[in-house]
Design a protein around this ligand. Structure first.
Ligand code: DMJ
Length: 472
């Protein structure tokens, strides 16, 4: 059998066998079929071709947005209709997509998006917005757009937005309310989580650096420190916290939804600003995370759930959000652990040829079958390729991309899946697919100098922000 045929057979066996059951016996593939070693290699010529393919697919999604949802937040990719988060559009998709276009050298599209943003986006609205989402998508996107173009209108918008969002932190603890009214500054929503209180400093800090006003940095840093200060004796944080009392309302602890990017920003705020407090908080926190969440199951490394106070295991679920963690480990220098966990992420993806939101790695069961076009597994593949240069991560990325296109492409754009086991599509195209999923695919295959990782740090929505120590 030729090498290619042997590889094809191995892949077919690896991928096809678990398809017979969404939840049961054949899902043993999660431990036995984990690596990308058997995939056909991606050489430089193939990588260049892949980068063009990714760009073409990004353009396909952008043109769908342009045709059916121009001026709105998102495109509904099945009904070909616009969708807005609030009573008035905040241009989520154009703001999230702008720096991806700039990196891809889609100059005409970037110019149109920039004009739309600069002439139509207004934050003087009587709407209660989700503070965290607006910070990572809009504030992050406006700041990176400004840094990449020098267009002062984008910085003006970012400054206006940051000023309107700041009252969200006016709680008894300094932790931000979940929502804030853009016109009145009224905060609402008292039950929040570490991701929403701790994933703010890159954006607010950059705004301080660019405007010279320290209030943004200091306020967001306080919220991060207030979260960290409430860690348990085991150096773990919980899943829900009350902004008025500062008490934990759910003590579940893990790297998944509601906590994930808290860990990410502890490392990245050190990387971006050189803030020593961040470095200390990161070192303490990541050691505890690796100690308590990790377990070896069925021959693979997985990260599950424990109680923050006791460290007692409460669950064995891993999913599309957790898949960011190998990338963070690689970025922070823990390559061995990163490689092992990425094998598990890839195995989970291969169970059904697209990853589920949640998977019980002990029972080998999909516990939540949706896929909202998430980027995290691609992000980790890119960080691993970037830090190791190991070509198998490009091969892995090609497999991810082929599956992604096959399952999620529609004639108007890209659709989430309501069930990865059946590949049923949902009428939803989150703006992060433009900010992150396509960007990470592109970076994986594009020349290394497309993004200078020595000079920028990507926020959690993949908006590159310039590295500079913060003046103290
Ligand atoms: C994005 O908005 C960010 O990456 C966030 O940190 C997590 N959720 C989505 C992508 O899945």
């Amino acid at each position: 059998m030729s090498y290619i045929a042997r590889c094809a057979l191995l892949i077919a066996l690896a991928i096809a066998s678990p398809l017979s059951s969404a939840t049961g016996k054949a899902a043993h593939a999660a431990s036995s079929v984990t690596g990308a070693e058997s995939l056909p290699p991606v050489d430089d010529a193939e990588a260049a071709h892949m980068a063009e393919r990714v760009k073409g697919e990004f353009l396909h999604a952008w043109r769908g947005y342009r045709q059916y949802a121009w001026g709105h937040d998102d495109l509904k990719p099945l009904s070909k209709a616009p969708h807005d988060w609030y009573a008035s559009s905040l241009l989520m998709t154009p703001v999230d997509a702008l720096d991806t276009m700039l990196l891809m050298h889609l100059d005409d599209e970037a110019k149109d998006a920039r004009e739309l943003i600069a002439t139509k986006l207004s934050f003087d609205r009587d709407i209660d917005v989700k503070h965290f989402e607006v910070v990572i998508r809009l504030l992050g996107g406006l700041l990176s757009g400004y840094e990449m173009t020098g267009d002062e209108r984008l910085l003006g918008l970012a400054n206006d937005l940051g000023t309107r969002l700041l009252p969200a932190f006016k709680s008894p603890t300094g932790l931000p309310y979940v929502n804030v009214n853009l016109r009145t500054g009224r905060g609402s929503g008292t039950e929040t989580n570490p991701a929403e209180t701790g994933t703010l400093l890159l954006e607010y800090g950059t705004l301080s650096r660019l405007t010279g006003d320290p209030v943004f940095y200091d306020t967001a840093k306080r919220a991060l420190v207030e979260t960290y200060k409430r860690r348990s004796k085991l150096d773990l944080v919980g899943e829900r916290i009350d902004v008025t009392t500062g008490a934990w309302t759910n003590t579940g602890s893990h790297i998944g939804a509601r906590i994930d990017s808290y860990y990410e920003y502890l490392w990245k705020c050190w990387k971006l600003f050189g803030d020593e407090d961040c470095h200390l908080m990161w070192t303490t926190s990541v050691a505890a995370a690796n100690r308590y969440y990790a377990e070896d199951v069925h021959g693979g490394l997985w990260y599950g759930q424990v109680d923050m106070a006791t460290g007692k295991r409460t669950g064995h679920e891993y999913g599309s959000l957790e898949a960011f963690y190998p990338g963070l480990l690689a970025y922070s220098g823990d390559i061995d652990r990163a490689r092992r966990l990425q094998r598990s992420s890839f195995a989970m993806w291969n169970l059904h040829g697209i990853e589920p939101e949640s998977y019980d790695y002990v029972a080998r069961k999909v516990t939540y079958p949706g896929y909202p076009l998430r980027p995290e597994i691609v992000e980790s593949t890119w960080y691993l390729y970037r830090t190791t240069g190991d070509p198998k991560y490009r091969a892995m990325g090609k497999k991810l991309f082929d599956d992604f296109v096959r399952a999620c492409r529609t004639d108007a754009g890209y659709a989430a899946l309501s069930d990865v086991t059946t590949k049923k599509q949902a009428d939803d195209m989150e703006s992060f697919v433009m900010a992150e999923t396509f960007k990470y695919f592109y970076l994986l295959f594009a020349p290394r100098d497309t993004l200078d990782l020595d000079r920028v740090v990507l926020n959690t929505e993949a908006h590159p922000l310039r590295r500079e120590p913060i003046a103290k």
